[in-house]
Write a protein that binds this ligand. Sequence first.
Ligand SMILES: [Zn+2]
Length: 497
Amino acid sequence: MTKRRILSAEISHETNTFSVLRTDLDDYLRRQCYFGDEIARHMSGTATEIAAHIDAAKTHGWELIPTVAAHATPSGMTTAETWEKLCDTVLGGLDTGPVDGVILALHGAMVTESSLDAEGDLLARLRKRLGPDIPIAVTLDLHANVTDKMGELADFIVPYRTYPHIDQYEAATEAAGLLQSAMDGKIRPVTVVARTAALDGLNHGRTQEGPMVEALARARKIKDADPAVLEIGLCAGFAWSDLAEAGPSVTVTTDGDAAKAKAIAAEFAAFIWETREQNTVPLLSLAQTEAKIRSGPSGGGPLVIGDTTDNPGGGGYGDGVRLLETIIASGNRNAVLAAICDPAVADQAHAAGVGAVIAISLGAKVDPEHYGPPIAANARVLALSETGAFVCDGPMWANMEVRLGKSALIEISGVKVVIASSNLQVTDQQALKLFGLEPATFDVIGVKSSHHFRAAFQPVAGEVVLVDSGGLVSQDYGSFTYKHLRRPVWPIDDITG
Ligand SMILES: [Zn+2]
């Protein structure tokens, strides 16, 4: 029997359309961008969707057609040129002969210079070549902005169910199983997407407590009770992508029953709206953060501070220095911050060498008007790394190699700071261990991350707090000028009911 041929691809980018930056192919190559046969060499055995595609091909006896596995750190819009190149690479997989199915790992909040709904655009290009009958299964980030177009063109949409996102492999394995059932003719998927007038909700998607936990439990119960309900996907949305359909959503797939899908979607949409104001982790101001450092964590172990509004994982520039300033002001000298992205300071440190003292102007270089002023200080160079490469050993992206780029550990006023050349959300203890630091021995650890860091750092933390350092990923949505967002929308506009 000839094997089924399945096209596989990943194009993953969470786009903060308020960023002054653009994302090009080099940004993908710095983070993760592999083509064809090199994909399996780099990604087999990792906690990723692509690794699940590779394993599903073995489980189901598919011939996998790997095309591209591209993921860039969240940032501004992907350039039109890079988008064409990535799409052409995916569609090029169809030139190798007819396929029986497609499995895609997409983020779901990607905006390009040429498309507000990049995922919908890619699906439309695939449908144009494939027609309506070849099944397409898609996995999405839990923070996807799921558009109606995505729901219409994909047969299955399976978002992650964890935040931190430690079930990327499992989500893609589930999508592969649904794809197999569709190709076998056992199911006839009908997918419906629903959203509300809320831009924010589901407790930012946190799966430790709050409405997202309740919604996921309810979804599981409905699925377990009714085999005709194939998937209920809950996405918290990504408010910093300016498109009409941004915000939390529910995606329901049933076996041939559109009315049932709509009814279930309506129930969850009502829940999303009713619980929109529930937020279990309030942000501390910088003054409150300084006081917290002085008073110390509630439990034994370091106080871990997530610099949520400068989180590179939300499109923050990663070169904000207000949290570092606050740590220095607190007087605590057993403290470390990772990582400030400042290639010029990394170059300076490398030129001077370990042990040297350098006069630096640190941070606030991408958007000085918003992020300034920089910190002017003398810094001692403690350690250097040419590539800043490390293999994640925490639960998120386990076994994947990521890179800080040319990087350094420096000390400013007694506080240790990791300096990177590639903007990278710090989600893994290896970002510190790379420089010989043992996270558990610090009083204070600052990380450029909102929530993903908890997967690796919560086990050693005495307490975790989040700070609003005035960065780009602000939750004051009224401070942004949206051009495409549907209106009225909560919480920007006054909506009653
Ligand atoms: Zn996410």
